[in-house]
Write a protein that binds this ligand. Structure first.
Ligand code: FAD
Length: 403
């Protein structure tokens, strides 16, 4: 069936690495590719290479459950994630690529009076920051998600916090779209090129050692997600990051049964339905550190239990596929986009469960930080030294509770 496609032109070039670039971004995931795009588009920096050890999009950007939202509580987070949401809303026009941005809503269920209070507080904080939020009662939730088991369960559904502008985006299209846009502006995308060392002299970065030889650079930005600790160690940095596996699952395709994204408030589950009909769901991280892109059975068990608890009809479905990705878990649940103590070396990491929704704003802010040498106001709170100073952004409630 694909025979007719032989004459398709590739979406980006396969350039030979130059001996040096102005800027190198390590990691061809969503954040690295978005950074390259915004470096070229917003700052006119096109002497840029993205160095990726596998193929573009082979990491978490192509492994996540595709949920986007900006329903955060704390001032350090809310404006950043709302900026991301606004970039999502214009992304397809910006990069001229169909990323299937679907603002079908994200509904966080609550199951007790105290949880309702916490969600009302979060919704109020969002509205004060100019972000949309609605508190739904049980009847409104029932009307919106008919398949939910509302009562007769250990944790009855009492209502939900809805962000209508939240939703899903086709994740690998985001990688491909940013890649093509960056390539068209002259960025070199170097696939199958692993960074094996970072050359530093007198406290200044000089470039990266790779499996295709040394490549010089004035500035190097690390955007390697789950591999952050390992790559940063090449520059002698020890970071407040732990790597854990997060798994995702897809069921066989069924007729439309969930029209929004639903998250469980009494366990770790988030579920939506893809345009092909498969239910896409995930839960908590595996409870031990790992760099393996595969998960283990206790989380599978837990996620399936939560799913059937909420949607009894799901007990009849077969799960078709499962996979895992490596999460760069920061110690306060919030990211780092900052300079490092090494001149010319910049850091983007700590995305925990939720870095996909951040992709546009992360790239935009990281590009600003690299191009100007200073963080933008939107990422000023995501400092590396906050774990030493105590200015942490402890938002596990919204950040980790649902993707
Ligand atoms: P990646 O795509 O992992 O990019 C990093 C790249 O760096 C990789 O391609 C890797 O190969 C490369 N690399 C590593 N080491 C080197 C090296 N030495 N040299 C060269 N290249 C290197 N977030 C949400 O917001 N919503 C969700 O619904 C959601 N669900 C998730 C579900 C799962 C199962 C997983 C795994 C993650 C989920 N996330 C979600 C989190 C989100 O996917 C990540 O936080 C985000 O994708 C990380 O940024 P990235 O895209 O740049 O990472």
């Amino acid at each position: 069936a694909l025979t007719d496609n032989r004459s398709w032109t590739p979406a980006w070039r396969e350039p030979t690495p130059k001996s040096a670039y102005d800027t190198i971004i390590v990691g061809g995931g969503g954040h690295g590719l978005a950074t390259a795009h915004y470096l070229a588009k917003e700052h006119g920096l096109t002497d840029v290479a993205v160095v990726e050890k596998g193929w573009l999009g082979s990491g978490n950007v192509g492994r996540n459950t595709t949920i986007i939202r900006s329903n955060y509580l704390l001032p350090g987070n809310t404006p950043f994630y709302e900026h991301s949401m606004k970039l999502w809303e214009g992304l397809e026009q910006d990069i001229n690529y169909n990323a299937m941005v679907s603002q079908r809503g994200v509904l966080n269920l609550f199951h007790s009076d105290s949880q309702r209070d916490a969600y009302a507080r979060r919704g109020n904080a969002m509205r004060l920051a100019g972000v949309d939020a609605e508190l739904l009662d049980a009847a409104q939730v029932r009307a919106m998600v008919p398949g939910l088991a509302m009562e007769g369960r250990r944790f009855p559904v009492k209502g939900g916090l809805l962000q209508r502008r939240g939703g899903t985006v086709r994740h690998d299209a985001v990688a491909w779209g940013y890649a093509r846009a960056a390539d068209q502006r002259g960025v070199d995308l170097l696939q199958n090129t692993e960074v094996t060392g970072i050359r530093i002299e007198a406290g200044r970065v000089l470039g990266v050692e790779t499996t295709r030889g040394f490549i010089g650079a004035q500035r190097v930005g690390l955007a390697v997600a789950g591999n952050t600790s390992r790559v940063a160690a090449m520059a002698g940095l020890r970071l407040p990051i732990e790597s854990h596996v997060l798994q995702a699952f897809v069921s066989e395709a069924v007729k439309p049964m969930i029209h929004t994204v639903v998250t469980y408030g009494a366990g770790h589950l988030y579920v939506s339905q893809s345009d092909k009909g498969g239910l896409v769901f995930g839960g908590d991280i595996d409870g031990y550190n790992s760099y393996a892109q595969r998960g283990n059975l206790p989380v599978v068990h837990d996620v399936m239990e939560c799913a059937v608890q909420l949607f009894p009809a799901m007990s009849r479905l077969r799960t078709l596929r499962q996979w895992g990705g490596i999460m760069d878990m920061s110690m306060d649940g919030s990211p780092i986009i900052d300079r490092t103590p090494i001149d010319g070396l910049f850091l983007n990491c700590g995305w925990c469960y939720g870095g996909f929704k951040a992709t546009p704003a992360s790239g935009w802010c990281f590009a600003h930080t690299i191009a100007t040498g200073q963080p933008h106001a939107l990422n000023a709170a995501f400092r590396l030294d906050r774990f030493a100073t105590g200015a942490v952004i402890d938002e596990k409630g919204a950040g980790a509770q649902a993707n």
